[in-house]
Structures are given as C-alpha cells and as structure tokens.
Design a protein around this ligand. Structure first.
Ligand code: SF4
Ligand code: SF4
Length: 94
C-alpha cells in the first residue's frame, strides 16, 4: 500500500477559481473544523489577532474592539495563538 499523499491536481473535484477579485463571494468559513470563540471581557484591544489573521476574518471596530467574521474565518487558530491574554479559545465546530 502506498503512503504517498495526493497532490491537489489529483484530488477529484478540487475547486478552481478562474476569476480574480471574487473572494468576497466565496464564504471560506465553511472550510473550518475549529472555531475561535472570543471572550470580549478578557480582550485588551491590542489588535494582534487583527494583525495576524491571514483572512479578513477579524473585524476591527472604531474603539479597537474586535469581532470574528465566521463567514471568512478558516479556523487556523493563529488569532488564539497570538492573543496575549488568551481571550480567544478554539473549539470544535459543531
Ligand atoms: S482562526 Fe485564523 S482565520 Fe479565523 S479569525 Fe483566527 S486567525 Fe483569522
Ligand atoms: S489578540 Fe486578544 S487581546 Fe488582542 S485584540 Fe485580539 S482578542 Fe483582544
């Protein structure tokens, strides 16, 4: 039995995006296995999560508080890892 992983070209039905500027229409949040939960009582508004999030999934409000846009959050966990006060916890998507 081979243990070689398939490349993306070999995966059946792998999605291909042929049109630029279309990311706003693709709700990448449904890729998520883990979900970040924010405790706003612990948040010190340092904005590290906003800075490090690789997606436009952390919304920065005018007062520098933050909110998670689950339409685009892929559940990578970087925000939880970087938060200095552990205000973000990753939980299984249910
Ligand atoms: S889990 Fe990843 S994609 Fe989602 S908000 Fe945190 S850093 Fe952004
Ligand atoms: S990293 Fe943590 S403390 Fe800083 S803004 Fe984000 S949730 Fe708040």
């Amino acid at each position: 039995m081979s243990s070689r992983l398939l490349s993306w070209r070999e995966l059946p039905g792998a999605p291909v995006i042929t049109e630029g500027g279309s990311s706003i229409r693709y709700k990448t949040g449904n890729w998520r296995a883990l979900k970040p939960i924010l405790d706003s009582n612990k948040c010190i508004k340092c904005l590290l999560c906003w800075f490090y999030c690789p997606e436009p999934a952390i919304i920065r409000r005018e007062d520098d508080s933050v909110e998670i846009d689950y339409n685009y959050c892929k559940g990578c966990g970087i925000c939880a890892h970087e938060c200095p006060v552990k205000a973000i916890t990753m939980v299984e998507e249910g």
